[in-house]
Structures are given as structure tokens and as C-alpha cells.
Design a protein. Sequence first.
Length: 331
Amino acid sequence: MKYQVGDRILVLHSNEEGEIVDIINDKMVMIDVRGVKFPAYPYFKRFSEKKLFQPKKQKKFAEDIKKESATRRVKEDGVWITFLPVMDTDEFGDEVVSELKIHLVNGTPEDYSFTYKLNYLKNEDFGLKNTLHAGEDFYLHDVPFENLNDNPSFDFEFTLTRPDKAKASFFEYSLKLKARQIFNRIEELRKKNEATFSYRVFERYPDKAPDEIIETGSLAARGYKVYDARQARQHLEPARSVVDLHIEKIVDDWERLGNFEIVTLQLREFEKFYDLALAHHIPSMIIIHGVGEGRLRDEIHDILRLKKDVKSFVNRYHPAYGYGATEIFFK
């Protein structure tokens, strides 16, 4: 390919001027036309050549200029996740897909804050937080094509950058793809001579769901205690930032218990205060498990590795507990 980043080009189908901003492979480039980026095959002519069609100059009036500048160039067809297959040539000279470039495309007039995570078999591989502006094409990252065999899940959470009481407080979206689906979509691209395939995340940001009204008077009349779920935390036992799991702190007559019963009670106590910590939204907690043979510590660490609400945990020396405590940090 003789094209280079920075070359000025003329797109034949629209007769618009653009610039090459990235070389995708030896058959495709990424071009920028008036701030809009899209992939294309390099069968267009260089900008240095004369345009095929000279646009006619039209008169422009002052009142038209004001209207034109106030109009947003946004096609309102929703937010999309777009995949661009990057082709390469193997040792046999055949074209193969080496990776997928992933973009978010915002075709709405709204700006969104979003959190993105790529997970393989429930293990997070990549994540980021950013803002998706109206009419913007946002590059996320590249995914090696062979990774598609590991059942990737593309997970998003969107919020409006300008809160609206009539709109939902957040919107979640998850796209799970299998290798066979990707193969079929790429075959369709080849037949249609297209560069990308996409999935729509949402067409319009959703409205706020109406509050469900539950008749509680009859329940209270029959002797049931009725609580407001928004005030549920005040009816829970207080959370603890430090939880001591030494068995003598949990039960009095612990001497008659066997080792299995002791560990079971300790883990039950741990789970109880772990759930209370989440319910009360405390940022971290310390679990005192002691040193000993390390069985209780290992059991707790195995549990924490499976908890999706745990950001990290560490068992390091502490002046008060030595190496007999683990500190947990929540997301």
C-alpha cells in the first residue's frame, strides 16, 4: 500500500475531502472526513488530483447561516457497538482475520458516561470508564481473533451526563458472542463487500420506570410488619469495619466443637458481616482470621476470589494483627 497516515484523499462516492488517520492493513485504511472516522478500501484517488465534480456555489443568506450552525449533524438511530475485522495473510497466502477493532458509535443527540468491561468466562480482561459524546465514534480497544473461542462478554453501563428525572438512572447492556456467530457475520461482510458489522445497544435512552404501588394497608391490618425498602438499611444490624473470627469471639462453649464445626461457624460469621458490609456500602473491612495453619485464611481467600463486589484483598503485616488479618476493598 502506497498510502500513508496524513495523506489527503478524495472519497469518490461523496466527493468529500478527507485524511488518512490510520493504516488498518495492506488493503484498508481509516479515514477522517469532517471529524467522522470510518474504514474504507483504498480505491479512492489522492486529494492532489482534481475533483471529479466541482460543487456549484450557492448563495447563502445571513438568516440561513444561523439556522445551519444550530442544526446538529446527528442521525438519531441509537448507540451501537461496532466490530471492524482486521485482515492479515497467513503463511499459505490466505486472508485471515487477525483481530477485531471495537468502537462505540453514538447516533443520538445525547452525551453519556459509560463503564465498559470485557469478560472471558466471568473473568475480567479489560475495562474502562469514559464519556461518549453525541455523534461520536469512540474507539474501545482491539480483541485478538483467537480470543473469541473463550466466549467473550461485552458489558456496558450507561448514564446520562446531564441527569433527567424522566429518564432511567442507568442502562445496562451485555453482548455475548460465540465464535460461530462472528464467522457468519464476517462471511456476510465479504459477500456484501462491507467493512464492519454492528449490534445496536439502544435506540433511545430508556425512560424512568414508573414506581410500583403496593397496597400495604391490608397486610398491616393482618399483623404483618411493613417496611419501606428505601429505608431497609436502618432495620439491619450495623456493619463492622473489623470482624474477629476467633472462635471464642463467636460462641462460648467452643471447646466441645470439632475442627470442621469451628471452621463452619467462622465462615458463616464471615459471610454474615460480608453481606452487611455490602448492604451498608462501607468501602473496606478487615477480617481477623489468625495465623495458625492458614486453613481459615485460605478458605476466605478462595471465597473472595469469586465475589464480584470485591475490588481487591490483601494479607499483609498489620501492627495490630500481624499477618493474621485480611483487608478487603469493595468496588
